[in-house]
Design a protein around this ligand. Structure first.
Ligand code: NOJ
Length: 476
């Protein structure tokens, strides 16, 4: 081994740096933050209907006010600027901008997003716009929702209408957020809106989402300037099994098809996995896939959004019904919780699995550019007597996941950005307000915002474009 030269800089203790131009952001979604559900011509979404049913959301929480972002967006953008974010990922509420789900735009609804975009740009923050974060107009659900193929055309029309108004100012567009949740949580176990529980419908919906994405990409390309980038945010997960038997390996294969490849393959290969079609042949003949659909679904994207929270653990064999993991067509498959390690509402905390996942995508699908479009953790944060929100657990979580992300980049994965979930505490779907994911704390009685310690720490990350040590962050 050669001794290091006397004059070479000692990089051993230098914080790991990210590539130049790396996007640092935080995310929200319309239904989770906006409130103002009746304002300016908005009609009910499928989530308004779902959350109105007693027993569906913890504590009976409703999103009527959420965190009042519709009215407080200027203050929230000021907080983003304080954090030093260079990217803000938000979603557009479809029933706000196209209340009837078809036809003309509601100008007042679009005006809100136009003001938000202008405010972001004035603060040097790039808007990253998600078109569909689960809240389509109820009127479209009344016509069958995603089970109805017509919904794919409706989505493309809606995409065109938003692009026509905001395309001059938004550089990064995301078609769908986590279509797995829409298909499987919304239509297999029914614990998300629209609350359907039917296996064949789930697969139909999954295909219609893949098709809608492709039609959406085409509509966006037709309306956007050539410089705009188009993406989709999937939530793939590494799938593991505790004991490496042949039966368990088969369980892994099935789970991987249902969670990951059912979306990644049509998107990046223009086909459905043959094993998925075989595994589900007793449920459907996949006749809903028509000629040309897969060519549409694989319309080129510029960047793949990856939302990562936790790996999956599965095994062969019967198990208790698990609403978060309903294995359509694969009844002999059970999701298991690993025995130890910290865990969250999403499952075990495992930063190394992020590196594994990104390498797997590169290995199986080629060098597609990636943005981490969500990653984060909930914790029961409170404002202390000193006015601080001490969320050291979230800081440690961020530190570990950024280190894993940096490792993946060093491995050769083309990662362009990291967007944290979430900017601000908000309405966490069926958990209501019980789960706080924000870098910014919200007092539920006063709506007062307080930047958490993790927010101050993240500001240091962004300023350095590198991972600082885990020292206590300086408030300010
Ligand atoms: C997934 C979803 O996209 C987002 O809406 C949700 O709040 C977070 N992950 C946390 O569960």
């Amino acid at each position: 081994m050669t001794a290091p030269s006397q004059t070479a800089p000692d990089r051993r203790h230098a914080p790991p740096e990210f590539p130049a131009g790396f996007r640092w952001g935080a995310a929200t979604a319309a239904f989770q933050v906006e409130g103002a559900l009746d304002a300016d011509g908005r009609t009910p979404s499928v989530w308004d209907t779902f959350t109105a049913v007693p027993g569906r959301v913890d504590n009976g929480d409703r999103a009527d006010l959420a965190v009042d972002h519709y009215r407080r967006y200027r203050d929230d953008v000021a907080l983003m600027a304080q954090l030093g974010l260079n990217t803000y990922r938000f979603s557009v509420s479809w029933p706000r901008v196209q209340p009837d789900g078809r036809g003309a735009a509601n100008v007042k609804g679009l005006d809100f997003y136009s003001r938000l975009v202008d405010e972001l740009l004035a603060n040097g923050i790039e808007p990253m716009l998600t078109l569909y974060h689960w809240d389509h107009p109820q009127v479209l659900q009344d016509a069958g929702g995603w089970a109805n193929r017509d919904m794919t055309e409706r989505f493309a029309d809606y995409a065109a209408l938003v692009a026509a108004r905001l395309g001059d100012r938004v550089p990064l567009w995301v078609t769908l957020n986590e279509p797995w949740c829409t298909a499987f949580l919304g239509h297999a176990s029914g614990i998300h809106a629209p609350g359907v529980a039917d296996d064949a419908t789930t697969l139909t919906v999954a295909h219609h989402l893949n098709l809608a994405h492709g039609l959406g990409v085409q509509a966006l390309r037709a309306a956007l300037p050539g410089t705009a980038q188009v993406s989709i945010a999937l939530n793939p997960a590494p799938v593991r099994t505790p004991v490496d038997t042949q039966e368990n390996q088969d369980a892994v294969r099935r789970a991987d098809a249902l969670r990951n490849r059912i979306f990644l393959d049509p998107l990046l290969r223009g086909q459905y996995p043959a094993d998925l079609i075989a595994d589900t042949a007793h449920i459907t003949d996949w006749g809903f896939v028509r000629d040309g659909d897969l060519a549409t679904a694989t319309s080129p994207i510029d960047v793949l959004g990856v939302n990562y929270y936790t790996p999956l653990y599965v095994a062969a064999g019967p198990g208790p019904a698990d609403p978060y993991n309903r294995w359509v067509g694969s009844d002999g498959l059970v999701h298991i919780a690993p025995a130890d390690g910290p865990s969250t509402i999403h499952g075990v905390v495992d930063a190394a699995a992020l590196r594994e996942l990104l390498n797997r995508i590169r290995h199986d699908y080629g060098p597609v550019p990636i943005v981490i479009a969500e990653n984060g953790v909930a914790s029961p944060d409170t404002v202390g007597p000193d006015g601080r929100v001490d969320d050291a657990g979230r800081v440690a979580y961020l530190h570990a996941h950024l280190a894993a992300l940096h490792d993946a980049i060093t491995d050769g994965v083309d990662v362009r950005g990291y967007v944290m979930w979430s900017l601000i505490d908000n309405f966490e779907w069926v958990y209501g307000y019980s789960q706080r994911f924000g870098l910014i704390h919200v007092d539920r009685d006063t709506q007062r915002r307080t930047v958490k310690d993790s927010g101050h720490w993240f500001r240091q990350v962004i300023a350095a474009n590198a991972i600082p040590p885990l020292d206590p962050p300086a408030a300010g």
